[in-house]
Design a protein around this ligand. Structure first.
Ligand code: NAD
Length: 479
């Protein structure tokens, strides 16, 4: 079993109270990693270390921070394979996904912000006669960075990289289901020259380690990625101290397929947007709406392609879908498949566990396509976050938009059409914060990223990260 320690003030140490949390190895269903189940006293130590480090880190130059971020990127890159293996074992994702997506993207997060901060400028205005006004962006303080289990290092570094770039220090609380690569990152940070206390890592579950962190009075900003229910709780708690929040929450993303879509391009991409990472990506499209003229053809083609997907052990290079992350999550997803049956849905393919020889207790599930369900039913409204999609037909553009927008969520959407003006019209009308036209999961880190409606609050990426991690101050000078 792997064993982790907290990382506070530049040292690895056990929790103050002898409390531990054990996460499963999802491929075998056996215990996988033991980590501190940190409590308020550990969080207090970590915040104290981050607050002490802030006094010097916030005054370092952009050039010095840029250099360190680029060294961190190189440090992860030098150990890409070790990080990929740990991520795959911990989360259940196929090793190919960890190698080609998760870890390269974590490297890119540091490299992107390391370069982006060198383009920072301050604005000056002479709008009032005999006066000059200018802005200064001041690092906002100690940030709480809380991340989920689906893309562990990828999403944690999406927070740490801009936090460091803009001069803040942080206490991170990775998901208790997937903490291994976060722990490995601590040594890379040390080796890259990140001063002690600038990044601190406390492990453990939400109530024990996360809650005291978000409530800590010396933590003025919280960047949280996770479920909408947790996000709402954090929003309520943060209100008491008027904390600055970035909430990247759940989704139930619509995919609209019009009858003029390019089928050859569409099917392989929709297989990915449905089932990549076992469907455990917040940006996966799980509600598919297909124009009636191509509905039967689409369902048949997608079903055939889905049946080719190979479910297997995550370490096997041929595996395209590994196990789900944990037993409770696996049971939740199976519960939704039962619900679909009760609602009269047709399970076109999948809908059952998969047995991988030698790993009979792992959390493997066949990729599942469901039809004949009402777009307003629970199966089409609630986030399942697994390899389960629904497909419903529509007749007109207005009907497609009505279905897409009939959701409490508003994270992302995909539009498949060859009709240029329709693509732009529907993209403008759809209630989602990131819209892909004839593609999926293409991320430009300069662009704002976040969610509408129940999918979140605020945006991060490029300039938006600067707005989040900095206080903007206006200074007015009489001539
Ligand atoms: P979760 O909300 O259960 O947990 C997320 C993190 O919050 C974990 O680290 C957890 O320990 C912590 N936490 C839980 N309760 C807490 C509390 N009271 N105070 C402080 N921290 C607490 O979510 P999850 O199950 O880990 O992740 C899946 C969810 O994340 C899905 O809803 C998915 O859509 C969402 N997600 C969103 C995005 C996005 O960019 N919008 C990206 C990935 C995942």
């Amino acid at each position: 079993m792997h064993e982790l320690q907290n990382f506070i003030g530049g040292t690895f140490r056990p929790p103050r109270e002898d409390r531990w949390y054990t996460s499963d190895d999802p491929a075998s269903g056996q215990p996988g990693t033991r980590m501190p189940n940190s409590t308020e006293s550990d969080v207090n130590d970590a915040v104290d270390a981050a607050a002490a480090a802030f006094t010097t880190w916030s005054k370092t130059t952009l050039q010095d921070r840029s250099k360190i971020l680029l060294l961190i990127a190189a440090g992860i890159e030098a150990q890409l394979e070790a990080f990929a293996v740990a991520e795959s074992e911990d989360q259940g994702k196929p090793i190919s996904v960890a190698r080609q997506i998760d870890i390269p993207r974590a490297i890119h997060n540091f490299r992107y912000f390391g370069q982006h901060i060198l383009t920072e400028t301050e604005s000056v205005s002479y709008g009032v006669p005999q006066h000059m006004s200018y802005t200064r962006k001041m690092p906002a303080g100690v940030a709480a960075l809380i991340s989920p289990w689906n893309l562990p290092l990828y999403l944690l570094t999406w927070k740490i990289a801009p936090c460091l770039a803009y001069g803040c220090t942080c206490v991170c609380k990775p998901s208790e289901f997937t903490s291994r690569t976060a722990s490995m990152l601590c040594q890379v940070l040390k080796d890259a020259g990140v001063p002690d206390g600038v990044v601190n890592m406390v492990f453990g579950d939400g109530p024990s380690a996360g809650q005291p962190l978000i409530e800590h009075p010396q933590v003025p900003l919280i960047s949280f990625t996770g479920g909408t229910v947790t996000g709402k709780r954090i929003y309520e708690r943060a209100a008491a101290c008027v904390k600055r929040l970035s909430l990247e929450l759940g989704g139930k993303n619509a995919v609209l397929v019009f009858d003029d879509a390019d089928f050859a391009k569409l099917i392989p991409t929709v297989v990915r947007s449905s089932f990549s990472n076992q469907g455990e990506i917040c940006l996966c499209g799980s509600r598919l709406f297909v124009q009636r003229g191509v509905y039967e053809r689409f369902v048949a083609a997608l079903t055939e392609a889905t049946r080719q997907l190979r479910v297997g052990h995550p370490a096997d290079a041929a595996t395209q879908m590994g196990p789900l992350v944990s037993k409770p999550h696996y049971e939740k997803v199976l519960g939704y498949i039962e619900l679909a049956k009760q609602l009269g849905g047709t399970i076109v393919t999948g809908g059952h566990p998969v047995t991988v020889p030698g790993y009979e207790s792992g959390y493997y599930l066949a990729p599942t396509i469901i039809t004949d369900v009402d777009p307003s039913s629970r199966i089409c409204q609630e986030e399942i976050f697994g390899p389960v999609i629904t497909i419903c037909p529509f007749d007109t553009e207005a009907e497609a938009l009505r279905y897409a927008n009939d959701s409490m969520y508003g994270l992302s959407a995909c539009i498949w059409t060859s009709h240029l003006s329709r693509a732009h019209r529907v993209a403008a009308a759809i209630q989602a914060a990131y819209v892909w036209i004839n593609c999926w999961m293409v991320r430009d880190l300069t662009m704002p990223f976040g969610g509408m409606k129940g999918s979140g609050l605020g945006r991060e990426g490029g300039q938006d990260s600067s707005h989040f991690f900095c206080e903007s101050k206006t200074i007015c000078l009489a001539e």
